[in-house]
Design a protein. Sequence first.
Length: 158
Amino acid sequence: MTQTPSTISSTVEIQATPEAVWQVVSDLGRMPEFSPELRKAFVVGKPGVGATIVGINRRKAVVWPTTSRVVRWEPAHAVAWKTRESGATWVYELEPTAVGTSVTGRRVLPRFTIGTALLGPVIGGAQGHDVELAEGIRTTLERIRETVEAGVRQPDRS
Protein backbone atom coordinates (compact mmCIF):
# COMPACT_ATOMS: atom_id res chain seq x y z
CA MET A 1 0.00 0.00 0.00
CA THR A 2 1.72 3.17 -1.13
CA GLN A 3 -0.78 5.73 0.10
CA THR A 4 0.18 7.92 3.04
CA PRO A 5 -2.27 8.53 5.87
CA SER A 6 -3.75 12.02 6.07
CA THR A 7 -2.98 14.29 8.99
CA ILE A 8 -5.99 14.23 11.27
CA SER A 9 -6.13 16.91 13.96
CA SER A 10 -8.62 19.41 15.28
CA THR A 11 -8.80 21.81 18.23
CA VAL A 12 -11.70 23.35 20.14
CA GLU A 13 -11.89 25.81 22.99
CA ILE A 14 -13.99 24.73 25.97
CA GLN A 15 -15.13 27.18 28.61
CA ALA A 16 -14.18 25.01 31.56
CA THR A 17 -11.09 24.14 33.56
CA PRO A 18 -8.75 21.38 32.37
CA GLU A 19 -9.90 19.32 35.37
CA ALA A 20 -13.56 19.59 34.28
CA VAL A 21 -12.67 18.65 30.70
CA TRP A 22 -10.52 15.76 31.95
CA GLN A 23 -13.51 14.27 33.79
CA VAL A 24 -15.20 13.74 30.41
CA VAL A 25 -12.20 13.02 28.15
CA SER A 26 -10.69 10.46 30.51
CA ASP A 27 -13.94 8.49 30.84
CA LEU A 28 -13.05 6.32 27.84
CA GLY A 29 -16.21 4.24 28.10
CA ARG A 30 -18.16 7.39 27.19
CA MET A 31 -16.34 7.95 23.87
CA PRO A 32 -19.22 6.39 21.84
CA GLU A 33 -21.40 9.33 23.02
CA PHE A 34 -19.10 11.68 21.14
CA SER A 35 -17.60 9.74 18.22
CA PRO A 36 -19.56 9.34 14.97
CA GLU A 37 -17.88 5.95 14.29
CA LEU A 38 -17.28 4.31 17.67
CA ARG A 39 -20.53 2.63 18.74
CA LYS A 40 -19.45 0.79 21.90
CA ALA A 41 -16.39 0.92 24.13
CA PHE A 42 -15.56 -1.41 26.98
CA VAL A 43 -12.63 -0.50 29.21
CA VAL A 44 -10.83 -3.45 30.76
CA GLY A 45 -8.54 -2.70 33.66
CA LYS A 46 -7.92 0.26 35.88
CA PRO A 47 -8.09 3.66 34.10
CA GLY A 48 -4.57 4.63 33.11
CA VAL A 49 -1.64 3.42 31.05
CA GLY A 50 -2.07 -0.23 30.18
CA ALA A 51 -5.87 -0.32 30.28
CA THR A 52 -7.47 -2.04 27.29
CA ILE A 53 -10.34 -0.62 25.27
CA VAL A 54 -12.44 -3.01 23.23
CA GLY A 55 -14.36 -0.99 20.67
CA ILE A 56 -17.11 -1.67 18.18
CA ASN A 57 -16.96 0.67 15.18
CA ARG A 58 -19.46 1.24 12.43
CA ARG A 59 -19.09 2.94 9.07
CA LYS A 60 -22.20 2.73 6.91
CA ALA A 61 -23.17 -0.97 6.83
CA VAL A 62 -19.77 -2.26 8.00
CA VAL A 63 -19.18 -3.08 11.68
CA TRP A 64 -15.82 -4.15 13.10
CA PRO A 65 -14.14 -4.60 16.49
CA THR A 66 -10.95 -2.92 17.64
CA THR A 67 -8.62 -3.45 20.56
CA SER A 68 -6.64 -0.53 21.94
CA ARG A 69 -4.25 -0.01 24.82
CA VAL A 70 -3.93 3.24 26.75
CA VAL A 71 -0.37 4.47 26.16
CA ARG A 72 -0.53 7.92 27.75
CA TRP A 73 -2.39 9.07 30.84
CA GLU A 74 -1.60 12.49 32.28
CA PRO A 75 -4.53 13.73 34.39
CA ALA A 76 -5.90 17.10 33.26
CA HIS A 77 -3.36 17.14 30.40
CA ALA A 78 -3.47 14.17 27.98
CA VAL A 79 -4.79 10.71 27.22
CA ALA A 80 -3.88 8.50 24.27
CA TRP A 81 -4.55 4.97 23.12
CA LYS A 82 -3.03 2.88 20.35
CA THR A 83 -5.32 0.72 18.23
CA ARG A 84 -3.82 -2.66 17.42
CA GLU A 85 -5.62 -3.22 14.13
CA SER A 86 -4.79 0.09 12.43
CA GLY A 87 -1.64 1.06 14.29
CA ALA A 88 -3.20 4.49 14.92
CA THR A 89 -2.68 6.34 18.18
CA TRP A 90 -5.56 8.63 19.15
CA VAL A 91 -4.44 11.54 21.32
CA TYR A 92 -6.43 14.12 23.27
CA GLU A 93 -4.37 16.96 24.75
CA LEU A 94 -5.66 19.67 27.08
CA GLU A 95 -4.04 23.07 27.55
CA PRO A 96 -5.31 25.80 29.89
CA THR A 97 -6.24 29.10 28.22
CA ALA A 98 -7.45 32.50 29.40
CA VAL A 99 -11.09 31.41 29.00
CA GLY A 100 -10.90 27.69 29.75
CA THR A 101 -9.21 24.79 27.99
CA SER A 102 -7.99 24.17 24.48
CA VAL A 103 -8.51 20.53 23.51
CA THR A 104 -6.72 19.02 20.53
CA GLY A 105 -7.69 15.61 19.20
CA ARG A 106 -5.43 13.95 16.67
CA ARG A 107 -4.55 10.68 15.08
CA VAL A 108 -0.89 9.68 14.88
CA LEU A 109 -0.38 7.18 12.07
CA PRO A 110 2.96 7.14 10.26
CA ARG A 111 1.79 4.55 7.71
CA PHE A 112 -1.13 2.30 6.91
CA THR A 113 -0.79 -1.21 8.34
CA ILE A 114 -1.55 -4.53 6.68
CA GLY A 115 -4.79 -4.55 8.70
CA THR A 116 -5.77 -1.25 7.11
CA ALA A 117 -4.85 -2.60 3.69
CA LEU A 118 -7.13 -5.60 4.23
CA LEU A 119 -10.03 -3.69 5.79
CA GLY A 120 -9.69 -0.60 3.57
CA PRO A 121 -11.56 -1.97 0.53
CA VAL A 122 -14.40 -3.23 2.75
CA ILE A 123 -14.93 0.20 4.32
CA GLY A 124 -14.58 2.15 1.08
CA GLY A 125 -10.83 2.75 1.00
CA ALA A 126 -8.39 4.03 3.60
CA GLN A 127 -8.07 7.50 2.02
CA GLY A 128 -11.85 7.99 1.93
CA HIS A 129 -12.04 6.81 5.50
CA ASP A 130 -9.40 9.38 6.46
CA VAL A 131 -11.70 12.16 5.23
CA GLU A 132 -14.51 10.86 7.44
CA LEU A 133 -12.16 10.44 10.40
CA ALA A 134 -10.99 14.05 10.04
CA GLU A 135 -14.61 15.23 10.10
CA GLY A 136 -15.31 12.81 12.94
CA ILE A 137 -12.56 14.14 15.22
CA ARG A 138 -14.05 17.61 14.88
CA THR A 139 -17.53 16.28 15.67
CA THR A 140 -16.14 14.36 18.64
CA LEU A 141 -14.51 17.49 20.06
CA GLU A 142 -17.64 19.59 19.54
CA ARG A 143 -19.76 16.99 21.33
CA ILE A 144 -17.26 16.87 24.20
CA ARG A 145 -17.42 20.68 24.41
CA GLU A 146 -21.24 20.63 24.53
CA THR A 147 -21.21 17.97 27.25
CA VAL A 148 -18.58 19.69 29.40
CA GLU A 149 -20.08 23.17 29.06
CA ALA A 150 -23.58 21.86 29.85
CA GLY A 151 -22.21 20.33 33.05
CA VAL A 152 -20.24 23.39 34.16
CA ARG A 153 -22.28 25.60 36.42
CA GLN A 154 -22.50 29.06 34.92
CA PRO A 155 -22.27 32.02 37.34
CA ASP A 156 -25.60 33.54 38.36
CA ARG A 157 -25.78 37.03 36.86
CA SER A 158 -28.96 38.18 38.54
